[in-house]
Ligand binder design. Structure first.
Ligand SMILES: Nc1nc2c(ncn2[C@@H]2O[C@H](COP(=O)(O)OP(=O)(O)OP(=O)(O)O)[C@@H](O)[C@H]2O)c(=O)[nH]1
Ligand SMILES: [Mg+2]
Length: 427
């Protein structure tokens, strides 16, 4: 079974079906209470006293200790239920943080997502225009000729979009941004602009030159959803088009501000925070670091062959590891549970199949260039970042844009992991 965000993972060993590892690499699917200071009789009694206690006294002391433990646990659970569980979704840009949040909304907050559906229509149109524009620039940069000379006019139309699209950035779904010119925040103006572009987008996407650019181009600055939307151009250009759940998962809006999302599941409130992953936005994370129950750390495995947007000398996955290092070893997260999502496995697998060698970018890797061995290598590299080798980090290999199916409702989900982590009883 291919691992997916909802319902799939690489092992069924833990109660939630996730793979749990101590960071020293051993499998540790024991209950996740290991690092929450337990009150045990053997630890509490000095050796000399223990030897002078009778069996009956020891038994009695143990019973008292167990009762204290139980009562402490119950108090903690009650408090947690009242306060709710606080979760942060952290990680670099474009790793899929907001996509995971959308998955949670699809499962537990569909109403909220339905209200945003019309706004996503504009995001989808914008994504399609940006995709064809990035390909057109790539074609020019690489001096690849167009297959059909008559498409030059379309190419020019798309290039002229540059200045308009630069100003045109939807920063946060549902919020109008004063920085966006009025003309552009106007949904009708945007739709008209997109519809005018459709013939050019269709003709160029069908052109052999653009296809070659798509196949061979590097540093195209192309979004992962480019092909998905360009292939669907007729459907998304329909006047009655309403984005599907899949479209919403594929739509890309860069997160600029930290946002809080509340989910109420079986009487427990989950406060989940989505942050902007760009380097310049990470300074805004710290105010949210207190009292965190769990952190979902997102990694785009597929970025192993990419460089950072703002520094072409730095490998993207390497930079992600450094970020994980600073988060996993942060003083405020000593007892915080960690869920590591090694995401975008679909793209990662495709790259391997096309012959891209992991060892080109990570020369220390000497194993076979197959999915099983390379993913294990990266998992190990991430877990190695934790200085506390007893820290439990639950790892999932995920494909966050794959929609959870109705019939997978009973399968373990992201939230079933979160539930275990927070030690919150849901029922
Ligand atoms: N193919 C594929 N695409 C994915 C996957 N996860 C996310 N994406 C796409 O990757 C793009 C970026 O995802 P986001 O969720 O917006 O990334 P983010 O981490 O929130 O990025 P910032 O807001 O900039 O920090 C979107 O177009 C998603 O549809 C995946 O597993 N596979
Ligand atoms: Mg985001």
């Amino acid at each position: 079974m291919e691992p997916t965000l909802v319902g799939g993972n690489s092992s069924a060993a833990s109660p939630s079906g996730s793979v749990s590892h101590n960071t020293n690499g051993t499998n540790a699917n024991a209950a996740p209470s290991g690092h929450q200071g337990s009150h045990s009789i053997s630890a509490a009694q000095p050796q000399s006293t223990v030897s002078t206690l009778s069996r009956a006294e020891l038994k009695k002391a143990k019973a008292v200790s167990d009762a204290i433990d139980k009562s402490l646990r119950a108090d903690k659970e009650r408090l947690q239920k009242e306060r709710g569980a606080k979760l942060l979704i952290l990680g670099p840009s474009e790793t899929g943080k907001t996509t995971v949040l959308k998955q949670l909304k699809l499962l537990y907050g569909r109403k909220g997502l339905d209200a945003e559906r019309q706004t996503y229509r504009r995001v989808v149109h914008l994504n399609a225009m940006k995709a064809i524009q990035a390909l057109s620039y790539g074609l020019q940069r690489a001096n690849i000729p167009l297959e059909h000379a008559e498409n030059i006019a379309h190419l020019e139309t798309v290039m002229r979009l540059e200045t308009t699209l630069k100003r045109y950035s939807i920063t946060s779904i549902g919020f109008t941004n004063p920085a966006i010119p009025r003309k552009i925040t106007d949904a009708k103006a945007e739709t008209d602009m997109f519809l005018e572009m459709v013939p050019a987008i269709k003709a160029l996407w069908a052109d052999g030159g653009i296809q070659e650019t798509f196949r061979t181009g590097s540093n195209l600055n192309l979004q992962d959803s480019a092909k998905y939307f360009l292939d669907s151009i007729d459907r998304i250009a329909d006047l009655n088009y309403v984005p599907t759940d899949d479209d919403i998962l594929q739509a890309r809006v860069r997160t600029l501000a930290v946002s809080e999302h509340l989910f109420n599941i079986d009487g427990v409130t989950y406060r989940i925070y989505d942050v902007g992953g760009q380097k310049s936005l990470r300074k805004y994370w710290a105010p949210y670091f207190d009292d965190v129950n769990a952190i979902i750390f997102m990694v785009a495995l597929s970025a192993y062959d990419q460089t950072c947007e703002d520094d072409e000398r730095q490998n993207r996955l390497q930079e992600c590891m450094s970020l994980f290092n600073s988060i996993a070893n942060h003083k405020l997260f000593e007892i915080t549970s960690f869920i590591l999502f090694l995401n975008k496995i679909d793209i990662f697998q495709r790259k391997l199949e096309m012959g891209s060698l992991v060892s080109t970018y990570f020369p220390e890797y000497r194993g076979p260039n197959d999915y099983a061995n390379t993913t294990m290598f990266f998992q190990h590299r991430f877990l190695q970042q934790c200085k506390d080798t007893a820290k439990q980090v639950y790892t999932h290999f995920t494909h966050a844009t794959e929609e959870g199916r109705e019939d997978s409702k009973d399968q373990p989900t992201v939230l079933s992991d979160i539930e275990v982590f927070c030690s919150v009883k849901m029922k």
